[in-house]
Every structure is written in structure tokens, then in C-alpha cells.
Design a protein around this ligand. Structure first.
Ligand SMILES: Nc1ncnc2c1ncn2[C@@H]1O[C@H](COP(=O)(O)OP(=O)(O)OP(=O)(O)O)[C@@H](O)[C@H]1O
Length: 274
């Protein structure tokens, strides 16, 4: 199947376009010999933001890592921009912010870290262009880190480091942005800033897949949630509908009509009015 051009996949301003930027079908992944994902199907289109929701260990991070070719797949298919994962090469179209674990070991400056997000766009042996510099500057301003370009990343708080990593992904001008728990450690004010920044890009055609424990300030950004439990999709749809489904599941559990494992209370915290 041919690659879709950026123009094909851009939103026309009337919502998400028809062709999926990422399509996952019947995906199963085993880790350590155990099934972690079991028959997952989901997709995201240009101009659409999809949240992967669910409790600890439900498979959210495994799903994004498998979708980006970072984990072996047992069964199923994945396509990016219309190309099967195995033949997809234009990785500069994708920005990925993995789950933040520990403080970075290197003593790079903030500007250097964000500049690395432009590497895939640069031509070999050509120094940083004015456009590269402007993209780095703009990305740092967007996430509220404009004044810290020369700081050593090790001097930053966890939330500030997270914002730098998001700036790095934005600086690469991706068409698909994959974020794993991007608000972890980020203060509430800057969670709202990130929601605004990413919303503006989604309105311009960016596709977003975001792993979240709690939706919180990112609620206005999210078009659709995909709720995972034990490696399966148990519901997907607009957040308000998911909340309804989850409420029903919890009600069934309380009345004993259906066996439901503990969780998923909590994942919709701070979202829709109760
Ligand atoms: N390398 C691995 N080997 C074996 N099992 C793994 C490996 N990585 C993850 N798992 C298991 O796979 C399951 C899903 O993990 P995953 O990190 O995808 O969940 P998650 O929904 O992202 O959870 P969290 O919100 O806690 O990050 C968990 O039970 C985890 O212990």
C-alpha cells in the first residue's frame, strides 16, 4: 500500500480525516512468555487525539511500544501512515515521548536535548539551519521552558524534564505524537499549558496517542478513549460514554451481576462533571 502524503493525512478543519495514521488490528504481544496484549484493535486518524486508559499493568505502554516496532509481536498487524510496520521507514513523521523513569545521566543542556528532536529532519553534514534553531526555540517557549535553554537537564525538576522531552518531540514537527504518561510529575498549571499546546497541533492535523493514568487537564484534548484491562480493550469511545460504561461495570460489580476485576475507578478523575 502506498504511503499517504502529509497532505492526504491532514485534517481539513472539519475533524479527523478518514485514513488512520496508526492502525492496530488483533494485536497480541507476549512478554516473558506471558500474554500481555490479547487481540487489541484500535486506530487514530490525523486531527484526532486518542487516550489509552486503564489500571496499572493493563498493557498501555506495551501497546504503544509494540505499535512503534519496539517490541516483537505474536499476532496481528500494525500499519503507520498506511504502510505495514515492517516496511515503514519515515520515522521522522513520528514523535515519541516514552514514560519518564529516572533523571537523565548525561549533562546535556536543555537546548541540546530539544535539538536532538530535529536530527531526523536534518541533511547529513549540514549544520543546524535557522529553521532548526527557530523550531527548538519555539518548542521550548511553547512548553514554558524558554528561559532554561542553557540549563543542564540534571538541574531541572522531574516535571520540567518531562516538558523538555515533550518540546523535543514537538521540535521534530511530527504528524503522529505518541506520549506515555506525559503529565506525570508536571504541575497542574503546566498540564493545562501542555493540553493547550497539543490541542492547537491536533486542530492543525496532528494525530495523538497518549497513555494516561488520569485524564485530568488533558480532557478537552481527547476525542476518544480506549480502555484496557488485562491486555484487552474493554471499551472505547468518547470519554463521557466510557464513563457511562465504566459506571455500569462498577454497578454490576456491586450488585454481583458480573465479575469485574478491581479498578478502573480513578482513570477519569478530573474529567467530565459528575
Ligand atoms: N519485559 C517484560 N517482561 C515480562 N512482563 C512484562 C514486561 N514488560 C511489561 N510486562 C508486564 O506486562 C504487563 C503490562 O505492562 P505495561 O507496562 O504495558 O502496563 P501499563 O498499562 O502501561 O501499566 P503502568 O500504568 O503501570 O505503566 C504488566 O503486567 C507488566 O508486568
Amino acid at each position: 500500500m502506498p504511503l499517504s502524503s502529509p497532505a492526504d493525512s491532514k485534517s481539513t478543519g472539519s475533524g479527523a480525516s478518514a485514513d488512520p495514521v496508526l492502525r492496530v488490528e488483533d494485536l497480541s504481544v507476549f512478554l516473558g512468555g506471558l500474554p500481555v496484549l490479547r487481540g487489541i484493535s484500535m486506530s487514530v486518524r490525523a486531527g484526532e487525539a486518542v487516550a489509552l486508559l486503564g489500571g496499572n499493568g493493563s498493557g498501555k505502554s506495551t501497546l504503544v511500544r509494540a505499535a512503534l516496532g519496539l517490541l516483537p509481536v505474536e499476532r496481528g498487524s500494525i500499519s503507520l501512515f498506511g504502510s505495514p510496520l515492517g516496511t515503514f521507514r519515515r520515522w521522522s513523521r513520528i514523535g515519541y515521548v516514552p514514560q519518564r523513569s529516572t533523571a537523565p545521566a548525561s549533562g546535556a543542556t536543555v537546548a541540546e536535548v530539544v535539538s536532538s528532536g530535529r536530527l531526523a529532519l536534518r541533511k547529513p553534514f549540514i549544520p543546524r539551519s535557522a529553521k532548526d534553531k527557530r523550531a527548538v526555540h519555539d518548542a521550548l517557549e511553547l512548553v514554558g521552558m524558554g528561559g532554561r535553554a542553557k540549563s543542564d537537564v540534571r538541574e531541572l525538576s522531574g516535571g520540567q524534564q518531562q516538558r523538555v522531552l515533550i518540546a523535543r518531540a514537538l521540535a521534530g514537527e511530527p504528524e503522529l505524537l505518541v506520549l506515555d504518561e506525559p503529565t506525570a510529575g508536571v504541575d497542574l498549571e503546566h498540564q493545562h499549558v501542555l493540553a493547550d499546546v497539543i490541542s492547537a497541533r491536533v486542530n492543525a492535523g496532528l494525530a495523538v496517542v497518549v497513555v494516561l493514568h488520569e485524564v485530568g487537564p488533558l480532557t478537552p484534548l481527547i476525542d476518544r478513549g480506549v480502555l484496557l484491562r488485562e491486555g484487552r480493550v474493554i471499551a472505547q469511545g468518547p470519554l463521557a460514554e466510557l464513563q457511562h460504561t465504566t459506571g455500569q461495570l462498577l454497578a454490576h460489580r456491586r450488585t454481583g451481576h458480573e465479575h469485574v476485576d478491581p479498578e478502573p475507578e480513578g482513570w477519569l478523575e478530573g474529567t467530565v462533571d459528575h
